[in-house]
Unconditional design. Sequence first.
Length: 61
Amino acid sequence: MDLRLIQFLSECRDEEHEAIDRWFHAFQPISMTMAGAISFARDTTRLAELLGTTESAAHNA
């Protein structure tokens, strides 16, 4: 591949990762506690943390 194309694609990938990180940072605090007490943070369901169960304490230990 042409070096310029490789560099351009690399820059696009970096910008995409930055945009995804900004999106997660902006929406991570939003939780759906009224709809099943589920909080989404980077594809992880954190029900135990919201409920304060022992699974959460064991996970964080």
